[in-house]
Ligand binder design. Structure first.
Ligand code: G4P
Length: 527
């Protein structure tokens, strides 16, 4: 590569930040995303959450089912520029029942922003998503939202983050007052106060101070709130964790920011600090060792496939995360799994519903590739060498249902739908060993609803789902498998690759089976 090109690639990598916002529904993710997009000028007007609730769809929502339910099911990607950075926000579905897709999308992120409602603290969905991020060891930044409302004590929230999630935290700013008394936040790193002014809190003023003892704060916030601030920050200085960049990078310490997304309070300082501290695209593990983003050869992997995003076109889009090199429209790359060269001629970039054709992209970017049915989740594409990125994680299903087609004449479409939706990762499919029944496994109930809806809408097939009482799936590896051993409170099935899997009704049944089969290995996910 010429020196000039090398330099361009390095600069493009340096300015990119690709992250996901993880939160429990209603914590304010849509609101925060909109505010960030507004700063970047990517949208002119916040489609304000109210408008979304009224028309039941947000800027980032796509499918019909989302509009009907007013939730976002699919993950979309939003790109914008801010002060020399190029930012990719991976929007993940927030509905508590829909998680598998979200989990996979998180593998494409280099860092995560964890959004917490100040009144509710760490909620169930946040825990699940956090764990997936923590497993990868990516940096996690925390935004504690809705500071304008009465909420919990910030120390209590920090304790909860540590006890529930197992990560230490370091507040980057600290609230001065709270709820109706909220007067502003004190920025511990930059020694400045951000003041929330006016009755409707519509005006924000930023002032430099010498430190938290500065009499100017007393003047602005009053004696009572200033005393409280001094006590709190002193305690943090003495007993809290110091800011440690390396720990943040390893995902061992989360910087915490307080603010209010809907009032745009603390959002800009959060964004600016985040951009400074969040990592640029990092090297990725592959069969050929670590792949540096600045490696001149293009490479990437597919983390999500979405069928029929535009019902009028009946197309499929494969979402690819660029891991190294420069992507150029029309370039020929190796589709490593099938061992063929393919031409990437119809790449698309996404900002919600607008689809732009991308001419070039760099590491950290997400591009959508038109998919005539040749891609699978986890596929690697690369220029020149045979790079295969580490397989995407699969998750153990927890809810199961027997599926049947209502009209037997539709069997062919039914099979096609099942095959495509399995490939997309919408559902996992198993067949019983004795009767050849089809059992679907999912992580969340909503995946069943999406499956039913899409089978009807996209393949014209009415299906019937009948819940079966299993709660755990274990892939079983043994020299000889005796089906008679798995009859009580369990069911022996095979996955699509003919691996044996046992479904268990409860933990007791699972433990008993493990004890009775000491030579067998029981795996949570496919080997
Ligand atoms: P989500 O995507 O995480 O599900 O949350 P979303 O942004 O839709 O926000 C959920 C609710 O929380 C919305 O209220 C929104 O206005 C509110 N909200 C978001 N940020 C803040 C904040 O900083 N302070 C306060 N007080 N509220 C906030 P809603 O009642 O569901 O809708 P609406 O009546 O406001 O339209």
């Amino acid at each position: 590569m010429s020196k000039a090109l090398d330099e361009v690639l390095r600069q493009e990598v340096d300015k990119r930040r690709t992250f996901a916002i993880i939160s429990h529904p209603d914590a304010g993710k849509t609101t925060l995303t909109e505010k960030l997009l507004l700063f970047g000028g990517a949208i002119r007007e916040a489609g304000s959450v109210k408008a979304r609730k009224a028309s039941k769809h947000a800027t980032s929502d796509w499918m019909e089912i989302e509009k009907q339910r007013g939730i976002s099911v699919t993950s979309s990607v939003m790109q914008f520029d801010y002060k020399g950075h190029r930012i990719n926000i991976l929007d993940t579905p927030g509905h508590q029942d829909f998680s598998e897709d979200t989990y996979r999308t998180l593998t494409a992120a280099d860092s995560a922003v964890m959004l917490i409602d100040v009144a509710k603290g760490v909620e169930a969905q946040t825990v699940k998503l956090f764990q997936v991020c923590a497993k990868r060891g990516i940096p996690i930044f925390t935004f504690i939202n809705k500071l304008d409302r009465e909420g919990r004590n910030p120390f209590e929230l920090m304790e909860e983050i540590e006890s529930v999630l197992g990560i230490r935290s370091v507040p980057m700013n600290w609230p001065i007052g709270s709820g109706r008394e909220l007067c502003g936040v004190y920025d511990r790193m930059k020694n400045q106060v951000e003041l929330f002014q006016g009755d409707d809190h519509s005006h924000i003023e930023v002032k430099k101070v010498s430190d938290y003892n500065d009499p100017a704060i007393r003047e602005m916030a009053g004696e009572y709130l200033h005393d409280q601030l001094c006590q709190d920050v002193e305690l943090l200085d003495v007993a809290g964790d110091p800011f440690d960049y390396e720990k943040v990078r390893r995902g061992e310490l989360t910087p915490v920011f307080f603010g209010s997304a809907v009032n745009n309070f603390g959002v800009q300082t959060f964004l600016e600090n985040f951009l400074e501290l969040a990592p640029k695209p990092e090297p990725r593990q592959s069969t050929a060792g670590l792949v540096e983003p600045t490696n001149e050869k293009f490479s990437g992997y597919i983390f999500k496939i979405q069928a029929n995003m535009n019902p009028a076109h009946r197309d499929r889009i494969a979402f690819l995360r660029v891991c190294s090199g420069k992507f150029e429209r029309g370039m020929a790359v190796k589709h490593v799994r099938v061992g063929k060269e393919i031409k990437l001629s119809q790449p698309q970039q996404f900002l919600a519903q607008d689809r732009d054709i991308v001419a070039e992209a760099y590491p950290g970017d997400i591009i959508g590739l038109f998919d005539p049915g040749i891609f699978r989740i986890g596929d690697s594409l690369s220029q020149g060498s045979e790079i295969v990125f580490d397989e995407l994680p699969t998750f153990s299903p927890e809810i199961f249902a027997k599926v049947t087609v209502k009209n037997a004449l539709k069997h062919k479409q039914y099979q096609k739908g099942i095959d495509q939706l399995t490939e997309e990762g919408t559902i996992q499919v198993f067949n019983t060993v004795s009767f050849d029944d089809t059992i679907l496994g999912v992580v969340g109930q909503l995946q069943f609803e999406v499956f039913e809806y899409r089978m009807k809408g996209e393949y014209g097939v009415d299906v019937q789902l009948q819940r079966v009482p299993y709660q755990f799936a274990r892939w079983i590896i043994d020299d000889k498998i005796d089906p008679s051993k798995f009859r009580i409170n369990s069911l022996l099935v095979k996955d699509k690759k003919d691996n044996y899997v046992v479904l268990f009704e409860n933990e007791y049944a699972m433990r008993t089976a493990m004890e009775k089969n000491p030579t067998a290995k029981f795996l949570e996910t496919a080997p």
